[in-house]
Design a protein around this ligand. Structure first.
Ligand SMILES: NC(=O)c1ccc[n+]([C@@H]2O[C@H](COP(=O)([O-])OP(=O)(O)OC[C@H]3O[C@@H](n4cnc5c(N)ncnc54)[C@H](OP(=O)(O)O)[C@@H]3O)[C@@H](O)[C@H]2O)c1
Length: 357
């Protein structure tokens, strides 16, 4: 990633042909969003869908919300060569962490380019847990410059990391941040934990109750946040992150308190953020009277940002909202795919969400 302003490729190569797509983990929450987006994408042909438990069933029987997707699900254990021969050129992996790491080489060896939604190829991962060790482009799309053009392996960022980095990078790159820790309080919908119910995610445990978890310096996304701040902004301020699981199906809301090295005026802060994201179609800076809500972004690929100052102009507050399954996962993966294929960044991606209430 270059330490320059976000670059958008509006001068796109033509979408004269569609790209063959395979999706692993197609029946999971992120996988279903990939199927939904890519089935309707004008530059994509979905050729293969992977699932172990539902192999042999038509996708639409497992997810009746997508009746037009009749393709039969396959167990992908021996699939790389077979899928390559059938025309798969890009593989989206929506498998859990660790499930692709050992097999990534087999897929890449066929010439298929891989977009991995898990943490296995994200920066900083190897320092905390076992990743595949393969070099990948970190796909925080707005900050990738031209790195995605020829990427063979893309590490799609985590949902919290996407919200926090989009909120923080303009300030970090401007050299505004003082050495005290940045405090991030963040809320997540329960789909962020995947489809399998656990004691902390099942209905009775979550309905009507919010709970902090992995607070302070425990959350795994801190590694990719630190690595990206260092790479893009040349600074690695301490970040304290307090995530909370809240009783909603989807959405991330992150509130960042950023100690500033000097007193700032809101006008100056807004000017820097506006300039930074002027060519970023999916990052919206809200007006001064508005704070973001998750319901405004759910179903869209947007990240909404709002800015405030406190402490007499010495503390910057940044608010970020996104849909964890869209800009936080499948939507950003498709945005990266568009850039990899030289398509307009917005192809097949919704700017507007579903809900008004
Ligand atoms: N949910 C989010 O908000 C979010 C955001 C950003 C990134 N991600 C990442 O995206 C990936 C998918 O997340 P998700 O929330 O969609 O997960 P999920 O709902 O649990 O789905 C995982 C899918 O992977 C398949 N699978 C294949 N091998 C597996 C294995 N060894 N263990 C368990 N499942 C296996 C499962 O289907 P079969 O059992 O039928 O094979 C299932 O369809 C994860 O790496 C996650 O960290 C998720």
């Amino acid at each position: 990633m270059p330490a320059s302003a976000p670059i958008r490729q509006d001068v796109a190569r033509s979408a004269s042909r569609s790209t063959g797509i395979g999706i692993l983990g197609a029946t999971g929450y992120a996988g279903v969003e990939l199927v939904r987006l890519l089935s309707a994408h004008p530059g994509a042909r979905v050729l293969a869908l992977g699932s172990r438990q539902d192999a042999g069933a038509p996708f639409s029987r497992v997810w009746p919300s997508l009746p037009a997707v009749q393709r039969v699900l396959e167990d992908e254990t021996t699939a790389p060569e077979a899928w390559a021969e059938r025309g798969v050129e890009i593989l989206f992996s929506a498998l859990p962490h660790g499930a692709l790491a050992d097999r990534a080489g087999a897929w890449l060896g066929t010439g298929i380019r891989v977009v991995d939604l898990s943490a296995d190829h994200r920066p900083g991962r190897a320092e905390r847990e076992k990743g595949s060790g393969r070099p990948a482009v970190y796909g925080l799309t707005e900050w990738c410059g031209t790195d995605l053009d020829r990427a063979t392996l893309v590490a799609n960022p985590g949902c919290y990391a996407t919200a926090i980095l989009l909120a923080l990078l303009p300030a970090a790159r401007s050299g505004w941040i003082r050495s005290e820790p940045i405090i991030v309080n963040a809320l997540s919908g329960v789909s962020g934990a995947g489809r399998a119910a656990t004691l902390t995610t099942h209905f009775v445990e979550r309905i009507g109750s919010a709970a902090p978890y992995r607070v302070g310096e425990e959350h795994a996304h801190l590694a990719e946040i630190a690595a990206t701040l260092g790479h893009v902004a040349g600074t690695t301020p301490a970040v304290i992150m307090n995530p909370h699981l809240v009783p909603m199906a989807r959405g991330i809301l992150a509130t960042l308190a950023v100690p500033l090295a000097r007193r700032l005026e809101l006008e100056e802060v807004r000017a820097v953020y506006s300039a930074c994201y002027a060519d970023a179609p999916f990052v919206r800076l809200l007006d001064e009277a508005t704070l973001p809500e998750t319901r405004w972004v759910c179903g869209s690929n947007r990240c909404d940002l709002a800015l405030r100052l406190a402490g007499g102009g010495h503390l910057l507050l940044v608010f970020a909202a996104l849909d964890n399954l869209m800009k936080g996962a499948a939507g950003q993966a498709v945005q990266n795919f568009n850039r990899m294929m030289g398509l307009p960044e917005t192809t097949g991606l919704p700017l507007t969400g579903w809900s008004s209430g």
